[in-house]
Design a protein around this ligand. Structure first.
Ligand code: C2E
Ligand code: MG
Ligand code: MG
Length: 590
């Protein structure tokens, strides 16, 4: 009984106990699980906070469930504020709806990484790299890394590689991209585009006289003014040194209208650049030369447009600077022909293609006193080329030095020939000398060396200079002329009245003769002014005790007017003899 009851009790107790144990176990399990969960969550949160990166938990509708303190710091809002906001409030463009769709996609796919920027409470932006990971089908964990520093560094590197550090304008590399783009757009849209090549005039002088710091200052200010002259979407770039390039986009479809548009912008640029620059305590004025290449849906390459604008810019320089020129195809043809001629000219000297022609100079009673030696070029393809076509080229390229020496030597050899016969022994030969030749430090020595080498009589040699020599160092010119004069060489001032005439200089130059320019002679019958100039030159020469030659005398009327009415002593011109080979000249003497 006792046993039964024990058993019975035990039996009852057994059922009861099992229930209690189960409950305790469940409670224990629940407690531990919760504790573990809690600990896990705490750990997770601690981990999240400790990484310093932003962290969100989102639900499937892309709403915030949680954000961490790091994200709060990034954007400058409290956790409570953020939880009441939506993601779209932070994004620049995305809508909440778009974001919801994106999260929906990620929940299916698993993970996505991208870059974006979020607006901070103070209006600034924070650059972010975002990784979104799906947790089941209902939640996503978003990890947000601040990459502002990295972006800034990338921008700086970009800046260094593509922008000019002095002016902050696009550099040549970025410019190339912009030109390509402009060409592409012009081809597609039918709108014209234009490239302006802008070169500051005499920038080197500023740099040399005021120093590089002032030069840099000027370049920065020029950059600023250029930018102010163009529209958004146009490009102002620094091409190098004092060269800038402006690319204008979306000009008119009609070529003439587009050209007018560019022209007015270019004129505006010139006027802006002509305004005084304040370089510290110095006021400086400068000008620029502009070359323009207009392009549309043509097949021009990047190199083409740059070259065209560059050529046009040189045209502006040649036209006296502070101006603009458009490229035109004729210009290119002319320039290419010139380049070819220049290389031909070098070989002309080597291959003895130059010849001297002789034109008689006579007294007023037509007695020949001598000749002027005039160079010609017997070109293998072009035939006889006159000096107007190659002397300027020879001067610019420096070939004139060698060419001039050849002319002088050939002329001296002719003098030696003439000296051998009585009826030619007194002839004087006039030789044209370029200002470039006179600029050489050893010009006097060179002339005398040729005179001595050939055995010519320097008293029969007359050097013709133009007024352009007066532009350079006048004292130097006078010293060289005087040195040659003491050796017997005489001087004539050619083309008188057309150039830079200063009567003060004229009286100081040791010259023997003035040559009235042929344009005045040509016009004297039709223009009283031209005749007055001839009369004035004749009387000026007389009062300075100089001889006077009228050149370009073609008609009997001119001859009579000059020699009989105005008492000009010497004449030269087609009327008395055209320039020709030595045989022709000698024949005139017989
Ligand atoms: P320039 O020294 O004034 O030479 C006179 C020019 O007038 C020559 O032209 C001559 O042919 C031309 N002429 C002479 N009489 C008449 C005339 O009655 N009517 C017309 N319409 N023209 C006449 P060219 O030979 O073509 O020479 C042109 C210029 O080239 C020369 O002008 C001179 O400045 C330069 N030049 C010629 N030879 C040389 C040279 O050996 N060295 C240098 N540096 N220059 C030279
Ligand atoms: Mg001459
Ligand atoms: Mg002349």
């Amino acid at each position: 009984m006792v046993l039964d009851s024990i058993v019975g009790v035990t039996g009852e107790m057994g059922l009861l106990g099992a229930g209690v144990v189960l409950m305790v176990a469940v409670a224990l399990w629940l407690a531990t699980t919760l504790a573990v969960r809690l600990r896990q969550t705490k750990n997770a949160q601690r981990a999240i906070e400790s990484v310093g990166s932003g962290y969100w938990v989102l639900n499937a509708r892309a709403e915030f469930i949680d954000v961490n303190a790091a994200y709060c710091r990034m954007v400058g809002y409290t956790r409570a504020q953020i939880l009441s906001m939506s993601i779209a409030d932070f994004e620049a463009v995305a809508t909440q709806d778009g974001i919801r769709k994106q999260i929906g996609r990620i929940l299916l796919k698993g993970q996505e990484r991208f870059e974006t920027r979020h607006k901070k409470s103070n209006g600034d932006w924070v650059e972010l790299e975002i990784t979104v990971t799906a947790v089941g089908k209902q939640q996503a964990i978003v990890y947000l890394r601040d990459i502002s520093e990295r972006k800034r560094a990338a921008i700086e590197i970009n800046q260094l590689a593509l922008f000019d550090p002095l002016t902050a304008l696009p550099n040549r590399r970025l410019l190339q991209d912009r030109i390509e783009q402009a060409l592409h757009n012009a081809a597609r849209s039918k709108h014209h585009g234009a490239l302006l090549f802008i070169d500051l005039d005499h920038f080197k002088t500023l740099n040399d006289t005021l120093g590089h710091a002032k030069g840099d200052d000027l370049l920065r200010q020029v950059a600023g003014r250029l930018v102010s002259c163009v529209r958004e979407g146009d490009t102002v770039a620094r091409f190098g040194g004092d060269e800038f390039v402006v690319v204008l986009a979306r000009l008119c479809v009609d070529a003439n209208e587009a050209a007018a548009e560019v022209k007015s912008i270019a004129i505006h640029i010139l006027s802006q650049l002509a305004r005084t620059f304040h370089l510290g305590d110095i006021d400086h004025t400068t000008t620029a030369s502009i070359g323009i290449s207009l392009f549309s849906n043509s097949a021009l390459s990047l190199e083409d447009v740059l070259k065209q604008a560059d050529l046009a810019m040189y045209k502006s320089k040649a036209a006296g600077r502070n101006t603009l020129h458009f490229f035109d195809p004729a210009m290119q043809v002319a320039i290419e022909a010139r380049m070819a001629l220049e290389s031909d000219l070098r070989s002309a000297l080597r291959e003895q293609q130059l010849v001297l022609h002789y034109q008689p100079q006579t007294t007023s009673d037509r007695r020949i006193t001598g000749a002027e030696a005039l160079v010609r070029w017997q070109h293998p393809r072009l035939g006889l080329v006159l000096p107007a076509r190659f002397i300027p080229l020879a001067e610019e390229s420096g070939i004139i030095i060698q060419l001039g020496e050849w002319v002088l030597e050939t002329a001296c050899l002719q003098l030696v020939q003439w000296a051998r016969q009585v009826h030619t022994a007194d002839l004087v030969l006039a030789v044209n000398v370029s200002f470039r030749q006179l600029q050489q430090a050893d010009f006097v020595e060179k002339v005398m060396a040729i005179v001595q080498r050939t055995g010519a009589n320097p008293r029969r040699l007359k050097l013709e200079l133009t007024e352009s020599v007066l532009v350079s160092n006048i004292e130097d010119v006078i010293a060289k002329m005087s040195a040659l004069k003491t050796r017997g060489v005489s001087f004539s001032l050619d083309d008188f009245g057309t150039g830079y005439s200063s009567l003060a200089y004229l009286s100081r130059l040791p010259i023997d003769q003035l040559k009235i320019d042929r344009t005045f002679v040509a016009d004297m019958e039709s223009s009283e002014n031209a005749e007055s100039i001839c009369v004035a030159v004749i009387s000026l020469a007389r009062s300075l005790n100089l001889k006077v030659v009228a050149e370009g005398v073609e008609t009997e009327a001119q001859f009579r007017l000059l020699t009989r009415v105005h008492r000009c002593e010497y004449v030269q011109g087609y009327l008395l003899g055209r320039p020709g080979p030595i045989a022709d000249f000698n024949a005139l003497l017989d």
